[in-house]
Design a protein around this ligand. Structure first.
Ligand code: ASP
Length: 334
């Protein structure tokens, strides 16, 4: 029977605390995904299956968890009984996973990420509503023939490629770096008619279609993020280049896999870089390191312009640009 598959990965949505007076004192990733579903009786109306892919605080996200997620999604895309997938995730790195999945997915079925800022035991837990909204939206989107990666949080639907955490502790913690939400949901989780049914469906993303096998390599190419700031003189970049040269010379395959392949600059403003750091980046590029520019500013990103020395990462956050560059470098290896 056609159903929505819910993949659990942990996060605060699966977190529990013991002291209601200290809302911040909790542990993420304690409840299984089946328990999260059981806590939302409204979900009984939609056929569901659950699968626990990982159980982590997403601050500790790893390449191997992403590989497990990609494998589960690959199987789900091939399973005719799965109409859509929901992923419960931590908020900390949700934007990175969303960006990764957007690049890999071919948009055949909807993939809806959700999370929570409060643990499941908090009096104002936001997880149950977010999970309900995510499942309903996944089911609706599948019925409309929409695919692609989105995130649903606090009644708003964000494109997976644009979503990012924008507040460190508020319940309404996500935005899209200046882009509007794809849709706004009412208290019952239905898309508000005022959002314009035709436009939210038209704006629904498809995915880059790189394929799930893109992350099959046991180690990802090393791509680091470096911040441009006052007095940024490239010290970190030169230190990384020295370490990388040591690893390359070691002849040990493990160390060789650590060699620096890319750098994403979290640049100032519209992609400007401190001259000292810029000079170090030139040294890195001369050694074959690929350099991309993103912005440390919360909104707007870096749009490509004529004469750019370093490619612009567009609307991606620095953390998202790191993932996108890894995927690009993996393609170059094939
Ligand atoms: N540290 C948690 C996580 O990302 C935070 C959260 O989920 O809100 O897993």
């Amino acid at each position: 029977m056609a159903h929505v598959l819910i993949l659990g990965t942990g996060g605060t949505i699966a977190g529990t605390g013991t002291d209601p007076a200290r809302a911040w004192a909790y542990q993420a990733a304690q409840l299984g995904v089946a328990q999260l579903v059981a806590a939302v009786p409204e979900l009984a109306a939609i056929p569901l299956a659950t699968q626990q892919v990982a159980q982590i605080d997403s601050k500790d996200m790893t390449w191997s968890v992403w590989q497990a997620l990609a494998q589960a999604l690959d199987a789900a895309m091939q399973d005719a009984a799965v109409e859509a997938v929901v992923i419960t995730h931590g908020t900390d790195t949700l934007e990175e996973t969303a960006c990764l999945l957007h690049h890999l997915h071919d948009g055949r079925k909807p993939i809806v990420l959700t999370a929570a800022m409060r643990p499941a035991t908090a009096p104002d837990a936001d997880g149950p509503r977010n999970l309900r909204d995510a499942v309903r939206l996944a089911h609706t989107a599948a019925g409309l023939g929409l695919g692609g990666v989105v995130a649903v949080l606090q009644g708003r639907v964000w494109a997976g490629i644009h979503v990012r955490k924008a507040h460190s502790h508020a319940l309404d913690a996500f935005d899209a770096g200046g882009a509007a939400p794809l849709a706004v949901l009412d208290d019952a989780g239905e898309v508000l008619a005022s959002a314009g049914a035709a436009s939210w469906m038209a704006a629904w993303p498809r995915g880059e279609g790189m394929g799930w096998a893109r992350v099959s390599s046991p180690k990802p190419p090393r791509v680091e993020v470096v911040l441009s700031h006052a007095d940024a003189d490239g010290w970190w970049v030169d230190a990384a280049l020295r370490q990388s040269a040591d690893d390359a010379a070691a002849g040990d395959p493990q160390r060789h896999a650590q060699v620096l392949r890319g750098l994403v600059v979290a640049a100032t403003g519209h992609g400007t870089v401190n001259a000292g750091l810029e000079a170090a980046l030139q040294r890195a590029a001369a050694q074959g390191v690929v350099v991309w520019r993103s912005s440390r500013v919360a909104r707007g990103g870096v749009t490509p312009r004529e004469g750019d020395v370093w490619p612009a990462a567009g609307t991606l956050t620095p953390a998202q640009a790191r993932v996108a560059l890894q995927l690009r470098l993996l393609a170059a290896q094939v």
